[in-house]
Write a protein that binds this ligand. Structure first.
Ligand code: A2H
Length: 253
């Protein structure tokens, strides 16, 4: 944890009906996987959500009719930030693990793909953000490598019960041009650095540093309402739109 508070955008990835049998208690509610991101302008390129298979998650009442799946710690923080049905107290309707979330179909703000799925990622920290991450493999090296692992290793898919159709149809969506890396900067940097899997933590940290800085300082949007504009300029605008339309909320920790 840093010294300064980190301000995230929580993206509301809506769980599509019908809900699984064990989510019966959530019937009639609007249910979301709550994904914490620092890059709201990349939401066009979402291909899936990430959860930690053995992570503990809860379904928390945010208000009268909305429920977020997230880590308990995040729910407590959110309760103190005015996002709990019960003031300053998390209200958990159901406890699950990441395994119960894998394969859930989602509709996520701005995403080109109409429906995307929740998939396993092994490097998720349960004490950062919400424990749910939205995956943008064009621009996030962690996301690129985790998706690559699932796509290229059938045994890995099988281990977590991941169906081919949750993953194979999802091509990387180019959304931002980042010189000198091009429009799939995460893939470019992972290939150049010869990163083999999502477990290469140190190399991935370096890849993240490079793409994050360049993406923000020199990136240009190539899709969406703000195509042709600089990331720096449109990031706050896209964020405000997501917040104003109720598709996202602010979260700090
Ligand atoms: B970012 P920081 Cl396109 N465990 O969102 C692991 N990673 C997590 C997490 C958790 N519990 N919660 C959030 N994150 C990821 C988009 C993105 C992100 C892009 C490019 C870079 C990037 C799409 N994934 O982050 O340690 C989330 O991924 C690189 C810094 O608080 C979140 O933003 O700085 C970022 O890490 C927050 O990391």
């Amino acid at each position: 944890e840093g010294v300064l508070p980190q301000e995230y955008t929580i993206i509301k990835m809506e769980l599509l009906k019908p809900f699984p049998e064990k989510f019966k208690v959530l019937e009639g509610k609007k249910v979301f996987l709550a994904a914490a991101t620092l890059r709201p302008e990349t939401m066009y390129g979402q291909t899936n959500a990430w959860v930690l298979p053995d992570g503990k998650y809860g379904a928390f009442e945010i208000n009268e009719n909305e429920v977020f799946f997230m880590a308990h710690r995040a729910a407590l923080n959110l309760a103190y930030q005015n996002h709990s049905r019960v003031p300053e107290k998390p209200s958990c309707l159901l406890e699950v693990t990441g395994h119960d979330l894998i394969g859930l179909p989602l509709k996520s703000p701005l995403a080109f793909y109409e429906v995307i799925y929740a998939l396993p990622m092994l490097s998720i920290l349960m004490d950062k953000g919400t424990g749910v991450v939205t995956s943008v493999p064009s621009d996030a090296p962690d996301d690129y490598m985790a998706l690559h692992d699932l796509k290229s290793k059938p045994a890995f898919r099988e281990k977590f019960g991941v169906k081919d159709e949750w993953i194979l149809p999802f091509e990387i969506v180019p959304i931002i041009d980042v010189p000198p890396f091009g429009n799939k900067c995460a893939e470019r940097v992972c290939l150049d650095m010869k990163i083999k899997s999502q477990n290469e933590k140190e190399k991935l940290a370096e890849a993240k540093k490079q793409t994050y800085l360049k993406g923000f300082n020199e990136g240009t949007m190539i899709v969406g309402e703000y195509a042709g504009k600089k990331v720096q300029e449109v990031k706050p605008v896209i964020r405000s739109q997501l917040l104003e339309t109720g598709q996202a909320i602010v979260y700090s920790e």
